[in-house]
Design a protein around this ligand. Structure first.
Ligand code: ARG
Length: 401
């Protein structure tokens, strides 16, 4: 009996060709696994896999799990790679890896396969995650092994009656899930060229966006977004709705020169409307409910968290450790944030929290001032004391030279 391989199947050209290639080259029986992380149309994918030659084709809806267990922890941590990329694709990979391992177990498969090339981060994320979760599985990376150009892949497909999707005429390589859409290749590889309008599909251009703003109110519960304009929303529904709304107003386009883990600088374009709004809104609520020291320390944690997601280390002790810290910081991060969406911009215009640290009596310049201004001079005296002492003893000496 032939050995089984479970292939992460998107329904696109490369993974369709991989079904046939795994059979021809290694004699595998191929079980395909398509994982819907939201933001993507998976209709007809099962039929297509079987038609191309899979012995079995599974489609799993993992949107809610993805939102709750991957996206929201990253949101609470404030994870953004290199100040620009909210990490949609990077967050999806460990979940896909864990489902691959699970299905491989169920199907008594000896191997799993993915469609990544040898130049990107995704191969690393898949294989590092699989090494952590299911080290007994062999991992095959057809697209990395076969070394075919796009033209050759199309030729290979045509020769074997593998349907070549019309979208192959699209010059871009894309990946979508609830946290965002990644777009690369084609004219985008020229970092000087402005991304053409056809690279975008979730967001309107600023010129085409409505002239009138819309306001959206997001309710957070210990760092997790739970309400949209006062109505309770499940995790994936909230993200889907916010992607549509903010996308219509042109919010969430990102043009990033990114440092890949494999050492390449690349030009990456993203659409992340919901992520853009939520990361800002969440930060706004934290600025109201966390102390100055917590905010400062958490900035460093956010960077570490982003790096480990980007670098494929989701299933690491480090992530558990950082989660514990982040979770602790979120216990009073509940409240509401009002965001204005207008012409490509998401602007926080209001925030309130039951455990806010903002004290009007202390902050006001009007009547009702409770801040003891006379205490300020004593504070300044002591705060500046060590500076004064050092300046007299050492700095003057240096200035004189
Ligand atoms: N550069 C991004 C990352 O490494 C996006 C990768 C997009 N993948 C794709 N198949 N288009 O996370």
């Amino acid at each position: 009996m032939a050995e089984r391989v479970v292939l992460a199947y998107s329904g696109g050209l490369d993974t369709s060709v991989a079904i046939r290639w795994l059979k021809e080259k290694y004699g595998y029986d191929v079980v395909t696994l398509t994982i819907d992380l939201g933001g993507k149309d998976v209709a007809g994918v099962r039929e297509k896999a079987l038609e191309v030659g899979a012995v079995k084709a599974e489609v799993v809806d993992a949107g809610e799990l993805f939102a709750r267990s991957y996206v929201f922890p990253a949101l609470k941590a404030g994870a953004v790679y290199q100040g620009q990329y909210p990490l949609a694709t990077a967050l999806g990979r460990p979940l896909i890896a864990s489902l691959l391992a699970e299905v491989a177990m169920e199907e008594a498969a000896t191997a799993v396969a993915h469609g990544c090339t040898g130049k990107g981060n995704d191969q690393v994320r898949f294989e590092v995650s699989l090494a952590a979760l299911a080290p007994q599985l062999k991992v095959v990376a057809p697209a990395r092994e076969w070394g075919m150009t796009r033209e050759e892949t199309i030729h290979y497909a045509r020769e074997r009656d593998i349907p070549v999707p019309v979208t192959v005429s699209s010059p871009y390589s894309t990946d979508e899930n609830l946290w965002g859409r990644s777009i690369e290749c084609g004219v985008l590889e020229d970092p000087w060229a402005e991304p053409p309008e056809d690279a975008y599909s979730w967001t309107r251009s600023v010129t085409a966006a409505p002239e009138q703003p819309v306001y959206v109110e997001i309710g957070f519960e210990q760092g997790v977004p739970a309400l949209l304009d006062g109505r309770e929303r499940g995790a994936s529904a909230l993200l889907t709705e916010l992607n549509t709304l903010a996308g219509e107003h042109g919010v969430g386009r990102i043009d990033h020169i990114e440092d890949r883990l494999v050492g390449i600088k690349s030009r990456e374009v993203y659409e992340a409307p919901a992520a853009t709004v939520l990361l800002q809104a969440h930060a706004a609520l934290e600025s109201l409910t966390l102390s100055r020291q917590q905010l400062r320390f958490k900035e460093g944690v956010a960077q570490e968290y982003a790096a480990l997601i980007y670098d494929g280390l989701w299933f690491s002790a480090m992530r558990h450790d950082l989660d514990a810290y982040v979770e602790s910081t979120q216990r009073f991060v509940s409240g509401k944030v009002r965001v204005k969406l207008l012409k490509g911009a998401a602007t926080v215009v209001g925030r309130r929290a039951p455990h806010s640290l903002y004290n009007h009596g202390l902050a006001t310049y009007d009547k009702g001032d409770e801040f003891d201004q006379s205490a300020a001079s004593g504070f300044i005296h002591l705060w500046g004391l060590p500076l004064k002492v050092q300046a007299q003893s050492q700095l003057r000496e240096e200035d004189d030279r």
